[in-house]
Design a protein around this ligand. Structure first.
Ligand code: ATP
Ligand code: MG
Length: 565
């Protein structure tokens, strides 16, 4: 990247687009695409690619295609395609009428193959898979020509037609490009263009029994759609000569160019669809939308917002350098977004009963609470204070250290939006466990009233009789090491699962206002951000997911990881 492009604040791809537009003829448009394979759910890495391709489309005014790269019927499923459509929309992007499929172009791929055979640039090979691998050579040694490489055009045409007609079994023959078996780039050693796969395709059924390889189908799809910038991740860099070979040897008006950028790698998780599927199949997680999963569906259920994910993708930026992004960066984007938008409520996760001994009987007194301390326009609500309340168990200590400003025997604390209370007596069960506190309240200290006597601590609470029971699920990192799938000693990624990635808390109590809460996340004051679980929560059994903690408790640990890396 040059200094000028950096000073303009553009990444190298956008800078390239600006330069390209300057030279392009009037009216030229940047055309991009996001090409997922429908063999799993989208994850945070895909979000980066989506934000890049659709972002460029928005910024430079050209179209962006959502194209399913559906050339392997054995692994793909329409249900995955449907989930992908939903997730890209949810993330905030729209492709208009440009939803396409590689399978839309099967007749074109076939025509292109015929063109190459006619031109002597492709041939049907009768070596089997093992033999092809053997002939391919290694990084150090050149490959050898297949004995079938010099087949006549006529013979190849005939055999290719027979392949198409289903006359061969899977793997018996294939179509290969005739390029260079001695190329230092193994991708150029007569790569396979078409293989036989007698499997029904989710969209084309049994119409085809030969399927094109990615390296053949992708450049042609790009050319057919008039893609100008075909953006992909760095592992395709070595495939670029083949991409160009396909374009150069076929007769297209469009000249798409492939440009590579580094993958997004997120610490303490994995983004391989195959491995994520393994976690689901083995029951380690509840599904693609388990809130611990790095999938868009999982993050949605977890309460992450599209705005936060887009913000995160903007922050990690686009470069050619491989790197690992700390989970804390993503969580900070979530925290920042929710810090602005989430309503504040009170909830007690680990309740300890407090009885206000001088409170008049069953009186219910309403106290006004703000929905957001910084934004009065977000409104207020009334919360009931009663004789029996719950406070957080760890907001009381019988024998606290000096700087403990919450409740202690004989000590005082303010109830948020309520009164100052004083702990008069601690009640224990036969085993010595604290089961209740008897407190008095000072009626002259009503929050917002005239008497603003000060105490050091303020704690949250809910009425015991006017609150609702809830289950609360606390999530943590899915893995306990930063790079579970890149262990140098070769250990399996599943050995690094974090056994404490999910903690379920029963018997929590939440403000009654949450009975009618919508799908938006809220802040439980002093505790974190939470969202109602969209699947398991019911009117008579509330379930909340912790979206993110209030502070980044991993920051220190992750700094060490980076220092060690
Ligand atoms: P997997 O190897 O797990 O199957 P994939 O990369 O093959 O994943 P695709 O559906 O082919 O999955 O990906 C669609 C697009 O998303 C590709 O252009 C790919 O480069 C991009 N992409 C996938 N993973 C990442 C990532 N971690 N960071 C950035 N872009 C990614
Ligand atoms: Mg892929």
């Amino acid at each position: 990247m040059t200094e000028t492009s950096e000073s303009a604040g553009l990444d190298f791809i956008r800078q390239g687009i600006v330069d390209w537009l300057k030279k392009a003829p009037d009216g030229a448009q940047v055309v991009t695409r996001f090409p997922p394979e429908p063999n799993g759910y989208l994850h945070i890495g895909h979000a980066k690619a989506i934000c890049l391709n659709f972002g460029i489309s928005e910024e430079y005014g050209g179209p962006c295609f959502l194209r399913f790269d559906d050339t392997n019927p054995l692994k793909e499923d329409q249900a995955y395609a449907d989930a992908i459509v939903k997730d890209v929309h949810w993330l905030g992007f729209d492709w208009g009428d440009r939803l396409t499929h590689a399978s839309d172009y099967y007749p074109h791929f076939y025509d292109c193959a015929l063109q190459l055979i006619h031109a002597g640039k492709a041939y049907v090979d009768s070596l089997n898979g093992d033999e092809i691998r053997e002939y391919r050579g290694t990084l150090k040694e050149p490959g050898r020509n297949s004995p079938y490489r010099d087949r006549s055009v006529e013979e190849s045409l005939e055999l290719f037609a027979a392949m198409r007609a289903g006359d061969f079994a899977d793997g018996e023959v294939c179509l290969r490009a005739r390029i260079d078996m001695a190329s230092p780039n193994i991708n150029m050693r007569d790569p396979i263009l078409y293989r036989i796969r007698k499997a029904a395709h989710q969209r084309t059924g049994d119409e085809w029994c030969i399927y094109p390889m990615y390296d053949f189908a992708h450049p042609i799809s790009d050319a057919l759609e008039g893609i100008t910038h075909s953006l992909c991740t760095l592992e395709f860099e070595d495939h670029r000569p083949l991409y160009n070979w396909v374009i150069d040897n076929l007769d297209f008006e469009a000249r798409p160019r492939q440009i590579e950028f580094s993958r997004l790698n997120l610490a303490y998780t994995i983004t391989s669809k195959r491995k994520l599927l393994q976690l689901i199949e083995e029951g380690v997680v509840a599904g693609w939308d388990d809130p611990r999963m790095p999938t868009l569906a999982g993050m949605r259920r977890r309460g992450y917002t599209p705005a936060a994910i887009r913000d995160f993708c903007g922050r990690v930026g686009i470069t050619k350098k491989e790197n690992i992004i700390q989970m804390g960066v993503l969580e900070n984007s979530v925290r920042e977004d929710l810090g602005e938008s989430a309503h504040r409520v009170m909830a007690v996760l680990d309740p300890l009963k407090v009885t206000l001994t001088n409170w008049p009987g069953d009186k219910v007194e309403m106290h006004t609470a703000q929905n957001h301390p910084a934004y009065p326009e977000m409104g207020e609500r009334e919360i009931p204070l009663t004789r029996e309340i719950y406070i957080e168990r760890d907001d009381f200590m019988e024998d606290p250290p000096r700087k403990f400003f919450r409740l202690r025997p004989g000590g005082e604390v303010r109830l948020r939006y309520g009164y100052i209370i004083k702990c008069e007596q601690v009640i224990k069960d036969d085993n010595g466990n604290i089961i209740e506190l008897l407190c008095s309240y000072d009626p002259d200290t009503r929050s917002g009233g005239d008497n603003q006597r000060k105490v050091k601590g303020t704690i949250h609470w809910v009425s015991a009789t006017e609150s609702l029971p809830a289950e609360v699920r606390l999530y943590d990192r899915l893995f306990s090491v930063p790079r579970p799938d890149a262990d140098s000693s070769g250990r399996d990624f599943r050995e690094f699962l974090n056994p404490d990635s999910l903690q379920v808390m029963h018997g929590c109590r939440v403000e009654a206002s949450l009975a009618s809460a919508d799908d938006a996340a809220v802040q439980f004051e002093r505790t974190g951000y939470f969202v109602r679980d969209p699947l398991d929560s019911r009117a008579n059994k509330l379930v909340f997911n912790r979206v993110v903690t209030l502070r980044d408790s991993w920051a220190k640990l992750e700094k060490q990881d980076v220092a060690q890396a």
